[in-house]
Design a protein around this ligand. Structure first.
Ligand code: ADP
Ligand code: MG
Ligand code: MG
Length: 880
C-alpha cells in the first residue's frame, strides 16, 4: 500500500477543475470557497478513497482513518469547536458527491455530533433548546436509516402518530417536550430493530457515516440511475464533511433551492422555493409545501438580497445556469451546493441562445451545451389544440410535454408493463429515488405532493419526461390501486393524459400532435449549419416527404425508394402482371402501364426539390414481396378445392400459387433482390430510368428547375454488376434525351451494403460517380444478423448483458461495420479521388454514428425527414 496517496482535501485546497477527485459537489464547494462565497467549512474524502475501499472488499485503506481524524482536527481548530464537546459542539453533515451529479440517488447524514451529551449546549448556545432537540430527532432518524439500515417508515410512523395525538399538522407545531419524547422513541425504535444502541461516540459515528456514503454508491437505485444515464460503475463517490449550518434555528432561519433561470422554459426569471425554520430535505421531500422564492424578500430581506447577488455571480462565473442549495441561519446566508442545472430541452435551447445574445457564450460553446437527445425531445408530440376536454384536475407544470398512458401505482408495475410495451403513467403520492426504475419506463409521472423542485420534477425534467407534480386534488389509495379525483375513480390500467406544460390532467386519452419547432430551435440549428462540414439529406419517397424534408432543412434526397411506388393498391395489379409475365414482350407491356405512374411520383419529388440532388434507388426488394403470402395462397386454394367453388377462380388461384412457389426464397434478404433482379429483368431498370428522366424533363420544362438526378443501383457485390447496370441506365438516358431533344447530366452510383462490395470498392468505383452506404443492410450482412429476428431476441440480451455496448442498428458498430465503411471509403477514393460518399439508413440520423461519419470524411448523411434537424446539429457537434 502506498502511504503517499492523498485522500483528504480541506475545502480551501480544491477548485472546480478537480471534479474527478472531489466529486462535482466537493469541487464546486471548494470553488465557491475560493470565490469568497459563504460556504460552511469542511473537507472532502476523495473518490479515490471510495474506489480503494470498494476494491478492498469494503476495508478502508490503512491511513484513511488517521487522515480523516487529522482533517477533523484542522476543522475543529478553524471553527473553534469540537466534535462531542459539551460547551461548543461541532455538528457535521456527511454528504455524498459523485463526479457526475446523481441527484438524490446517494445518501447524506445531517446533524452528526448531536447527542445526550451535547444537545443542551447546542440549545443553550442558540438560545433555542427546541431547535437542538429538533436536530437530535432528525439525526437519530437519518443515522438509523442511512447508516444502520432501519426501515424509514418505522420513524415516520412514530412521528405521524405523535402529531395525531397532539392534533397538529406540521412538524414545526411540535413542542420541545414532544421532540424530547420523539428522541426517546426513535432510540427505542433503533434498539428494537438492531438489538443494540446506536454508537454513542461521535467519531465512531463519523467513520460509519463516511462508510455508509461509500456504500450508497452501490445501492440498486444508484446502479439503475447510472445505467440509465451511461455513468460508469467504477467512479465511486467523494464524501463531503462540512460544518452544519441551521435553517431550523427559528423564524429568521430558512432553507431552500433555486435556479438562476427557469429550468422548464429557460426564461431569465426567479425560480426557487424555500421554507422558514426547516432543514435539509424538507423542501425537496415535500413534507411541508414550500413557498415561492420571491416571498423570501419580505421575510428575510438581507439574506434574500445576498442570495440574488450570489446567483448572478455564480452564473457569470460558470457561464451556465446554476442549480443552488442554500440555508439561512439566523439571517446569515450560506451556500450549500451549486451545479449546472438540469433543464428541459426547450430550456436548454433558450438558455443557450440567450447566453449567446448576452455575450456570455460563443455559438460554438452554446452548441456544445446542448445534447442532441435534447433536440430529439422537442420533436416529440404534444396535446393538440381544440380538444375541448376539461381537465379532471390540475397540478404544477413540473416537466413539459404530453403523456398518455394507463395508470399504475408503483414503480415495479410501471417497469413491468412499460417493458412489455405498454404506455403507462406512474401515479404516486410523491416519488423517491427508489422509484427510479419505474420512472424510466413510464411515459409520464403524476404526484399528489411536492413542488417544482420535488424529486419527481427534477428527475422527470432530466429525462425529458412529462410530469405533473403536487396535484393536490387527487387521492391515491395504493393498497386498493385506486386514484380518485372528485367524483371520478381510476383503477390500475385506466388511461389518463398528462400535460406537463400546463399541469393539467385529463381522465381520458387525448390525441397528440407532432411538435412545433420554435425560434430557438431554428436559430440553434442554423448556427449548426454554419459550422458543420457534412451535408445533410433526407430519405423521402413521396412529394409530401420531400416537402417535409425541405422544410426541416434537408439539402437533397439521399434515398428515394421506388418499391413503395410499386406497392400502392392501384398499382399492384400492373406490378403483378409484370411479375407473372410469360415473356419479355408481355413484361414490357405491363411495365409500360407502370411507367406513367412512376413518372408522376418522380415529378412530385423533383418539383419539391427544385434542382437539389435526388438519389433514386432502383427497385430493391425480391419480387415475391409483391405477391400474396405463400401460406395464405395455399389455404385459399385448399378452401376453393374443398368447397368445390367456381372453377375459373380455382384455376387462377392455383396459377398464382405456382408463381408464388416458384419465386419463394428461403432467405429473401440474401436472395434475388437489388441489382440481381435487374440483371435478370433489364426491362425493369430501363422502365424506371425512363420514368425518372421524363419526370425530370417535365419539371424542367414546366418550372425551369433542372433536377440533379442520381440513379443508384442497390445490392452490388461485383464491379461487373454495376458496369452492366450503368450501361443500361446510360443507354436509356441517352435515348430519352435524344427523343426530347434536351440535355441533362445524370449521375450513376451504387449502394455499398455488402462486405464484398466494401472490400472491392476500388473495382466498383471505376463505374460509380458516388457510393451511398446502406448501413442497415451493411450491418445485417457485415455482422451476419437478421434484424427482424434478432431485435426481439438475442440482440436485446446482448445489450443488457453488455456483450455489445449498443444495438448496432441504432448506433453503428464502429469497429466492425464502421471498419467496412472506412475500407470502402479509402479504396473507393483511391480509384476515384472525387467519389462522393453518402450514408443512407437510420444511422444517418444518429449522433454517435454521425461522429464516425465525420471522422471518416464522408460527404453527407441522409435520414428520415424528422431527424434532419438533429443530423444538422449533430454534424456540427462532430466538428467541434
Ligand atoms: P443530495 O445529493 O440529496 O442533494 P446533499 O448532500 O446536497 O444531498 O444534502 C441534502 C441537503 O442537506 C442539502 O440540500 C442541504 O439542505 C442539507 N445540508 C447538507 N449539508 C448541510 C450543512 N452543512 N448544513 C446544513 N444543511 C446541509
Ligand atoms: Mg438526498
Ligand atoms: Mg444536494
Amino acid at each position: 500500500e502506498n502511504d503517499q496517496v492523498k485522500y483528504l482535501y480541506d475545502m480551501s485546497e480544491g477548485n472546480a477543475g478537480m471534479k474527478t477527485l472531489l466529486g462535482g459537489k466537493g469541487a464546486n464547494l471548494a470553488e465557491m470557497t475560493r470565490l469568497g462565497i459563504p460556504v460552511p467549512d469542511g473537507f472532502t474524502v476523495s473518490t479515490a478513497a471510495c474506489v480503494a475501499t470498494m476494491e478492498n472488499s469494503g476495508e478502508w485503506p490503512g491511513h484513511l482513518w488517521d487522515d480523516t481524524l487529522a482533517a477533523l482536527e484542522r476543522l475543529e481548530e478553524r471553527t473553534g469547536r469540537r466534535l462531542g464537546d459539551t460547551e461548543k459542539p461541532l455538528l457535521l453533515s456527511v454528504r455524498s458527491g459523485a463526479v457526475v451529479s446523481m441527484p438524490g440517488m446517494m445518501d447524506t447524514i445531517l446533524n452528526l455530533g448531536v447527542s445526550d451529551e451535547t444537545v443542551d449546549a447546542l440549545g443553550a448556545e442558540a438560545d433555542n433548546p427546541r431547535f437542538a432537540w429538533d436536530s437530535y430527532r432528525r439525526f437519530l432518524q437519518m443515522f438509523g436509516e442511512v447508516v444502520e439500515g432501519v426501515p424509514p417508515h418505522l420513524y415516520e410512523d412514530e412521528l405521524t402518530a405523535l402529531k395525531a395525538r397532539r392534533g397538529v399538522e406540521q412538524d414545526t407545531d411540535l413542542s420541545i417536550e414532544d421532540l424530547k419524547e420523539l428522541v426517546a422513541t426513535f432510540k427505542e425504535v433503533s434498539r428494537r430493530e438492531l438489538g443494540r444502541d446506536l454508537p454513542a461516540d461521535p467519531r465512531e459515528q463519523l467513520r460509519s457515516a463516511i462508510d455508509a456514503v461509500f456504500r450508497s454508491w452501490d445501492t440498486p437505485r444508484a446502479r439503475v440511475y447510472r445505467k440509465a444515464n451511461d455513468i460508469p460503475d467504477d467512479l465511486g463517490t467523494a464524501v463531503n464533511v462540512m460544518q452544519m449550518v441551521f435553517g431550523n434555528r427559528g423564524e429568521t432561519s430558512a432553507t431552500g433551492v433555486c435556479f438562476t433561470r427557469n429550468p422548464s422554459t429557460g426564461e431569465k426569471a426567479l425560480y426557487g422555493e424555500f421554507l422558514v425554520n426547516a432543514q435539509g430535505e424538507d423542501v425537496v421531500a415535500g413534507i411541508r409545501t414550500p413557498r415561492e422564492l420571491s416571498e423570501m424578500e419580505a421575510v428575510l430581506p438581507e439574506a434574500y438580497g445576498q442570495l440574488i447577488q450570489t446567483m448572478h455571480d455564480l452564473e457569470s462565473h460558470y457561464k451556465d445556469m446554476q442549480d443552488i442549495e442554500f440555508t439561512v441561519e439566523e439571517g446569515t446566508l450560506y451556500l450549500l451546493q451549486t451545479r449546472n442545472g438540469k433543464r428541459t430541452a426547450a430550456a436548454a435551447l433558450k438558455v443557450a441562445r440567450d447566453m449567446v445574445e448576452e455575450g456570455v457564450l460563443t455559438r460554438e460553446e452554446a452548441l456544445q451545451r446542448i445534447a442532441p437527445a435534447q433536440l430529439d425531445q422537442l420533436l416529440h408530440p404534444a396535446i393538440g389544440a381544440d380538444h375541448g376536454r376539461t381537465p379532471v384536475t390540475k397540478g404544477l407544470p413540473a416537466s413539459p410535454g404530453a403523456a398518455v398512458g394507463a395508470v399504475v401505482f408503483d414503480a415495479d408495475t410501471a417497469e413491468e408493463r412499460g417493458r412489455a410495451g405498454e404506455s403507462v403513467v406512474l401515479v404516486r403520492y410523491e416519488t423517491t429515488p427508489d422509484d427510479i426504475h419505474g420512472v424510466i419506463l413510464a411515459q409520464g409521472v403524476l404526484t399528489a405532493h411536492g413542488g417544482m423542485t420535488s424529486h419527481a420534477a427534477v428527475v422527470a425534467r432530466g429525462m425529458g419526461k412529462p410530469c405533473v407534480a403536487g396535484a393536490q386534488g387527487i387521492r391515491i389509495n395504493t393498497a386498493e390501486k385506486k386514484l380518485t379525483v372528485g367524483d371520478s375513480t381510476f383503477a390500475e390500467g385506466d388511461v389518463i393524459t398528462l400535460d406537463g406544460s400546463t399541469g393539467e390532467v385529463y381522465g381520458e386519452a387525448l390525441e397528440l400532435v407532432p411538435p412545433q419547432i420554435n425560434e430557438d430551435f431554428s436559430a440553434i440549428v442554423s448556427w449548426a449549419d454554419d459550422i458543420r462540414r457534412l451535408g445533410v439529406r433526407a430519405n423521402a419517397d413521396t412529394g409530401e416527404d420531400a416537402a417535409k424534408a425541405r422544410e426541416l432543412g434537408a439539402e437533397g434526397i439521399g434515398l428515394c425508394r421506388t418499391e413503395h411506388m410499386f406497392m400502392a393498391a392501384d398499382r399492384l395489379p400492373a406490378v403483378r402482371r409484370m411479375i407473372l409475365a410469360e415473356d419479355s414482350e408481355e413484361r414490357a407491356e405491363a411495365l409500360e402501364a407502370i411507367l406513367p405512374m412512376q413518372q408522376e411520383d418522380f415529378e412530385a419529388i423533383f418539383t419539391e426539390m427544385k434542382g437539389l440532388p435526388v438519389t433514386v434507388r432502383l427497385l430493391d426488394p425480391p419480387l415475391h414481396e409483391f405477391l400474396p403470402d405463400l401460406v395464405e395462397q395455399s389455404l385459399l386454394v385448399q378452401r376453393l378445392e374443398l368447397t368445390g367453388g367456381d372453377q375459373d377462380e380455382l384455376a387462377e388461384a392455383r396459377m398464382l400459387l405456382g408463381q408464388v412457389k416458384r419465386l419463394h426464397e428461403q432467405n429473401p434478404m440474401l436472395g434475388t433482390r437489388g441489382c440481381r433482379l435487374a440483371m435478370l429483368y433489364p426491362e425493369i431498370p430501363e422502365m424506371q430510368t425512363r420514368a425518372i428522366i421524363r419526370a425530370a424533363l417535365a419539371v424542367k420544362e414546366r418550372d425551369g428547375d433542372t433536377a440533379t438526378v442520381e440513379i443508384m443501383i442497390p445490392l452490388v457485390a461485383y464491379a461487373k454488376e454495376l458496369q452492366v447496370q450503368r450501361e443500361i441506365v446510360e443507354r436509356t438516358v441517352a435515348d430519352e434525351l435524344q427523343a426530347a431533344g434536351m440535355e441533362m447530366e445524370v449521375h450513376v452510383g451504387t449502394m455499398i451494403e455488402l462486405p464484398r462490395a466494401a472490400i472491392v470498392a476500388d473495382q466498383i468505383a471505376e463505374h460509380a460517380d458516388f457510393f451511398s452506404f446502406g448501413t442497415n443492410d451493411l450491418t445485417q450482412t457485415g455482422i451476419g444478423i437478421s434484424r427482424d429476428d434478432a431485435e426481439g431476441g438475442f440482440l436485446s440480451a446482448y445489450v443488457s448483458e453488455e456483450v455489445i455496448p449498443t444495438n448496432p442498428f441504432e448506433s453503428i458498430d464502429k469497429d466492425g461495420v464502421g471498419g467496412l465503411v472506412q475500407i470502402a471509403a479509402e479504396r473507393g477514393r483511391s480509384a476515384k479521388p472525387d467519389l462522393k460518399l453518402g450514408v443512407c439508413g437510420e444511422h444517418g440520423g444518429d449522433p454517435a454514428s454521425i461522429d464516425l461519419f465525420e471522422e471518416l470524411g464522408l460527404s453527407y448523411v441522409s435520414c428520415s425527414p424528422f431527424r434532419v434537424p438533429i443530423a444538422r446539429f449533430a454534424a456540427a457537434r462532430a466538428v467541434l
